[in-house]
Design a protein around this ligand. Sequence first.
Ligand SMILES: *[C@@H]1O[C@H](CO)[C@@H](O)[C@H](O)[C@H]1NC(C)=O
Ligand SMILES: *[C@@H]1O[C@H](CO)[C@@H](O)[C@H](O)[C@H]1NC(C)=O
Ligand SMILES: *[C@@H]1O[C@H](CO)[C@@H](O)[C@H](O)[C@H]1NC(C)=O
Ligand SMILES: *[C@@H]1O[C@H](CO)[C@@H](O)[C@H](O)[C@H]1NC(C)=O
Ligand SMILES: *[C@@H]1O[C@H](CO)[C@@H](O)[C@H](O)[C@H]1NC(C)=O
Ligand SMILES: *[C@@H]1O[C@H](CO)[C@@H](O)[C@H](O)[C@H]1NC(C)=O
Ligand SMILES: *[C@@H]1O[C@H](CO)[C@@H](O)[C@H](O)[C@H]1NC(C)=O
Ligand SMILES: *[C@@H]1O[C@H](CO)[C@@H](O)[C@H](O)[C@H]1NC(C)=O
Ligand SMILES: *[C@@H]1O[C@H](CO)[C@@H](O)[C@H](O)[C@H]1NC(C)=O
Ligand SMILES: *[C@@H]1O[C@H](CO)[C@@H](O)[C@H](O)[C@H]1NC(C)=O
Ligand SMILES: *[C@@H]1O[C@H](CO)[C@@H](O)[C@H](O)[C@H]1NC(C)=O
Ligand SMILES: *[C@@H]1O[C@H](CO)[C@@H](O)[C@H](O)[C@H]1NC(C)=O
Length: 440
Amino acid sequence: MKWLILFCLVFFVYLDVSSQNFTNISVKASPDAEKCMNYKVNLSGTGGYANTIKDLENIEKTLENININATISISFGNIVALLFIPTAPFKSVTLHASDSQAGLKNVSNTTVSVELPEELNLGPTNMIVFSNLKLPETNKSDPGALFEVYDRRMIILSVKGKNISGLRQPVNITMKFNQNIIQTQRPSCHFLNFSTNNFSTDGCHTIWTHDQSNVTCSCDHFTYFGVLMVSASSGGDAVLSKKDMEILSYITIIGCSFSLVALVITVLLFITNRTLREDLSMNIHINLVIALILLNLHFLPSQAVAAHPSTWLCFYMALALHYSLLATFTWMALEGFHLYLLLVKIFNISVSRYIFKLSVVGWGVPAVIVSVVVIIDRSFYGHVLLDKSNHDDTKICYISNEIVKVVTTTGLFTMVFLFNMTMFMVTVKRVLNVGYNKEV
Ligand SMILES: *[C@@H]1O[C@H](CO)[C@@H](O)[C@H](O)[C@H]1NC(C)=O
Ligand SMILES: *[C@@H]1O[C@H](CO)[C@@H](O)[C@H](O)[C@H]1NC(C)=O
Ligand SMILES: *[C@@H]1O[C@H](CO)[C@@H](O)[C@H](O)[C@H]1NC(C)=O
Ligand SMILES: *[C@@H]1O[C@H](CO)[C@@H](O)[C@H](O)[C@H]1NC(C)=O
Ligand SMILES: *[C@@H]1O[C@H](CO)[C@@H](O)[C@H](O)[C@H]1NC(C)=O
Ligand SMILES: *[C@@H]1O[C@H](CO)[C@@H](O)[C@H](O)[C@H]1NC(C)=O
Ligand SMILES: *[C@@H]1O[C@H](CO)[C@@H](O)[C@H](O)[C@H]1NC(C)=O
Ligand SMILES: *[C@@H]1O[C@H](CO)[C@@H](O)[C@H](O)[C@H]1NC(C)=O
Ligand SMILES: *[C@@H]1O[C@H](CO)[C@@H](O)[C@H](O)[C@H]1NC(C)=O
Ligand SMILES: *[C@@H]1O[C@H](CO)[C@@H](O)[C@H](O)[C@H]1NC(C)=O
Ligand SMILES: *[C@@H]1O[C@H](CO)[C@@H](O)[C@H](O)[C@H]1NC(C)=O
Ligand SMILES: *[C@@H]1O[C@H](CO)[C@@H](O)[C@H](O)[C@H]1NC(C)=O
């Protein structure tokens, strides 16, 4: 069966070689040819990580086993390949590939190009296999690192019957991005080591800067297991390691717990002490304290709740977290307002039902904002990745829409900050004037 399939593949390749220029041929897979390929080249994407690796290895072996004596390019399914027979003496050469064709010359819409150094010193007996392939779409919930591969693109580069390593002048593989990568992501070149079935960066160097629309992988080897990929995440110094993340999350939990205990003690003191309760300023402080307690209470179990499958619980947590954060901001603004009244209007607060009116603003404004968000789209509240660049998928329940998050939280915070700065300056001015006049 294996031989039949191989024959089939070679047969169709030859069919095209005979009719066109060897350097620029793409086999337009006829219905029959497609069937042939699908037998041998099985890249269904189902069956998980291990099977996909096996499929990749098979594709590479199949390509290496195609028997030709002149350079050809073929394409079938999601796979584009160039089988390059160099001429002696070997010169530095660049191979190009787009999603639909591969060639020695400039192909239109090039997505990948490979610079081969002169020191490879290959001859007509060495066939270079270069392939640009896209992994099929698969379900994200399947396990396996293959889901991190940028654009699902993989590059096969190998020399038939020769293991290339320890190059002094590295081979450069440049890949174009067809969409902007997220700010927090950083590409990293990996190759697939078929003897461990694992990805590795050994001997490969990633050349990339933030404003660049392509990434170059500079490797000192490419052996027959040389599948290269760009992961748009993991590794790199800008991304927090898992261990750091864990430490930070413990620090957060400990800090928030202390804060929570102190806040609760404050509330208890307030409740039990009559003179405190009658103080106007204390009433405002206690509202801020309650808002902070709510914030801590909903933030602390956030990761645990996000791990729970219930979407309703997560919705509630996200909404409550958002609400208490907004309430904290509004009460901070009211503190500033109160201070202004105290010092500028000089201890003369005669607004009737003062605390009640403040409470309506302090607890009402956040409620209005949260309600508007819910009315627009309830799904704005839900599971959110804590750190998008990190694929350890630590999730919390919060606002999933970036715009809503920025407008409601950062927007409100900015307003509160400016308001309080103004209040502060007015108050300071007032106090200075008072001091100068020695009236008080
Ligand atoms: C085939 O390629 C050679 C050089 O590689 C070129 O001289 C020739 O014109 C090409 N033939 C066609 C039909 O394009
Ligand atoms: C290479 O292929 C493209 C498209 O498949 C075609 O337009 C072009 O004429 C070909 N070039 C040669 C030299 O055969
Ligand atoms: C192709 O792979 C899928 C999943 O790995 C498997 O179910 C199927 O049997 C394979 N087909 C062949 C011809 O190997
Ligand atoms: C190599 O090409 C020549 C013609 O260019 C052909 O006669 C010969 O059969 C080919 N050899 C193989 C192994 O395909
Ligand atoms: C190669 O292709 C790119 C984009 O397709 C184009 O801008 C460039 O001019 C081409 N270069 C040559 C030498 O044809
Ligand atoms: C190259 O890309 C442009 C725009 O994405 C598209 O219009 C054009 O058809 C592509 N060319 C080829 C040969 O695929
Ligand atoms: C690959 O890039 C490196 C650094 O930019 C350069 O030193 C090297 O010569 C390049 N290799 C080839 C084959 O051009
Ligand atoms: C992915 O898998 C999950 C469960 O494992 C399933 O609910 C979902 O429908 C699948 N999605 C696709 C696109 O197959
Ligand atoms: C290349 O390396 C592989 C695995 O390390 C080995 O099995 C194979 O024999 C080597 N090939 C040559 C030509 O050295
Ligand atoms: C692939 O993994 C094997 C086993 O760990 C190791 O000996 C080999 O050096 C690795 N290959 C490369 C190119 O790093
Ligand atoms: C693959 O490599 C990662 C780290 O690079 C390691 O955590 C994992 O255990 C390795 N898997 C296998 C099967 O060796
Ligand atoms: C990669 O991108 C940079 C800037 O975006 C550009 O200067 C460079 O020519 C590109 N390299 C390739 C091989 O396309």
